[in-house]
Design a protein around this ligand. Structure first.
Ligand code: ARG
Length: 478
């Protein structure tokens, strides 16, 4: 026997003379993807029962029975005892239908003063608050892994690039800490989005609010929201909290994809700067010698998906008249895919980063060839009194000469160098040495070792504060 409360009737059947066509049921159903909202839907319904009881709309005994019933529905879903059917359209109607099986006609009181419009709005906010919190924690783990790598590899020197051409020598750690900064800003973007999605929409009902004397602040408190929505129309129509979070996800994926591209390049035979642990690579089914950087490649590829999700959501919301429109049901596969993909990428990178092996010798060799100290020759001349533009020209001529001689600048003799400017003295060789070139870049935020060490220690302090914060405590269940 069916568990449904109205002999297969729709909640809206009063106005309809004919049953819904099966093809329409299949087409309009969202249960295949919105079933994962069940914990939030049940939490929202429990809070709604308490709110109705507090307002005297239902009795405390009724509220108690409904809540017990809702908990049973939750157990049914978690033990796979509840079938999902297109007939019941979405997770909200499935839960109400199942509630009827547990509490009978009383279930028909649950939807008093509520609409699926404010119900789905509260569900997705609860879902996204939790997801965003998880992403912030995941990013904290990734940032920790990056700082740890930077600290371990503080002695590794490599070429820094512009236009993918060798530019100036840098510390490998300085390069890695650049990503730390990006992921720190990503965290800030997610925290900021979190503060704006922390708004409770229940009580907005279909669009205009409800006639029942409910205490919306009370509902918000029960569900852990810090604010309630100001405008019932906005509350059921707005998905900007979703667009904002998915934009942050897109930006974060772009950071991950830039890192991915570098890992792919650096692990190629052409660069040979790093090798990735076997456990984090895969092979080829035909070429026995291959060890491929599939994780970075997939992260790079998934970036397009996450940005595609965001673009699709933008297109979905563009020009939608107020208030709720069924188009908005399509937001869920997008937000789920975006958050799932981002989380998976952050998680796999927090595991991969500790397994990056750096080939110090190759990176140092690369930093020593290609005239990466040419700026330092120009700077030396400028410090000796030559205007910088002239010094640049002079160093450029020295480079052209050295290329012809098949030597690096620091391999030229003092006489050869003095041919370009009589100002040059033999302390030029110290100025051109790899150590000096790096250690003299002491401007705040520069690559000098002492700066990078200080940046690492600031990052460690910041991460300690994050780990002690409420967000991370909540996640680890402390
Ligand atoms: N499944 C719907 C969604 O995800 C729930 C809200 C339906 N509201 C309605 N008036 N048909 O948007």
């Amino acid at each position: 026997m069916s568990a449904d409360n109205t002999e297969n009737k729709k909640p809206w059947s009063g106005r309809f003379l004919r049953p819904t066509d099966a093809a329409v049921e299949a087409f309009t159903s969202s249960i295949t993807f919105d079933s994962r909202l069940y914990p939030y839907d049940i939490a929202g319904s429990i809070a709604h029962c308490r709110t109705l009881a507090k307002a005297g709309v239902i009795t405390d005994v009724e509220a108690g029975a409904l809540i017990e019933g809702l908990k049973k529905v939750c157990a049914d879903i978690e033990s796979n005892h509840m079938a999902f059917e297109d007939r019941l359209e979405d997770i909200h109607m499935h839960i109400e239908d199942r509630l009827f099986m547990h509490v009978g006609d009383l279930a028909k009181k649950l939807h008093t003063g509520r609409s699926r419009n404010d119900q789905v709005a509260v569900d997705v906010r609860l879902y996204l608050k939790e997801e965003t919190t998880g992403i912030i924690s995941g990013l904290a783990r990734l940032r920790e892994a990056l700082v740890d790598l930077a600290e371990r590899k503080i002695d590794t020197v490599m070429p820094g690039y512009t236009h993918l051409q060798r530019a100036q020598p840098i510390l490998f750690s300085h390069h890695i800490m650049a990503y730390y900064e990006m992921f720190t800003r990503d965290c800030a973007r997610f925290s900021d989005a979190l503060s704006r999605m922390d708004v409770m929409p229940l009580g907005s009902a279909a669009l205009a609010g409800t006639t029942y004397p409910i205490d919306r602040h009370y509902t918000a408190g029960l569900l852990g929201f810090s604010q309630i929505s100001e405008n019932s129309i906005d509350a059921v129509s707005d998905r900007d909290f979703m667009m904002e979070t998915m934009s942050a996800a897109g930006i974060c994926m772009i950071h991950l994809s830039r890192f991915s591209e570098e890992l792919v390049l650096w692990s190629s035979s052409e660069f040979s700067f790093i090798s990735l642990d076997d456990a984090f690579c895969t092979g080829s089914s035909i070429m026995p010698q291959k060890k491929n950087p599939d994780i970075p490649e997939l992260v790079r590829g998934k970036t397009g998906r996450v940005i595609g999700d965001l673009t699709a959501l933008f297109m979905l919301m563009k020009s939608l008249p107020l208030a709720y429109n069924r188009d908005m049901q399509e937001d869920k596969p997008l937000v789920f895919d975006s958050m799932d993909t981002l989380f998976a990428c952050i998680d796999i990178y927090s595991r991969l980063v500790p397994n990056i092996r750096v080939n110090n010798k190759t990176t140092k060799l690369a930093a020593q060839s290609g005239y990466l100290n040419a700026t330092d020759l120009a700077d030396w001349l400028a410090t000796a009194g030559m205007p910088f533009r002239q010094a640049h020209e002079c160093a450029g001529r020295a480079v052209a000469y050295a290329i012809k001689q098949n030597k690096e600048l620091h391999e030229l003799s003092l006489d050869e160098l003095r041919a370009f400017s009589p100002l040059i003295k033999d302390d030029i060789f110290d100025a051109l040495s790899l150590d000096t070139v790096i250690s003299r870049r002491r401007s705040y935020g520069g690559t000098a070792r002492q700066n990078v060490i200080a940046a690492i220690s600031r990052a460690k302090e910041a991460l300690e504060a994050v780990n002690g914060s409420e967000i991370c405590k909540e996640k680890t269940g402390e």
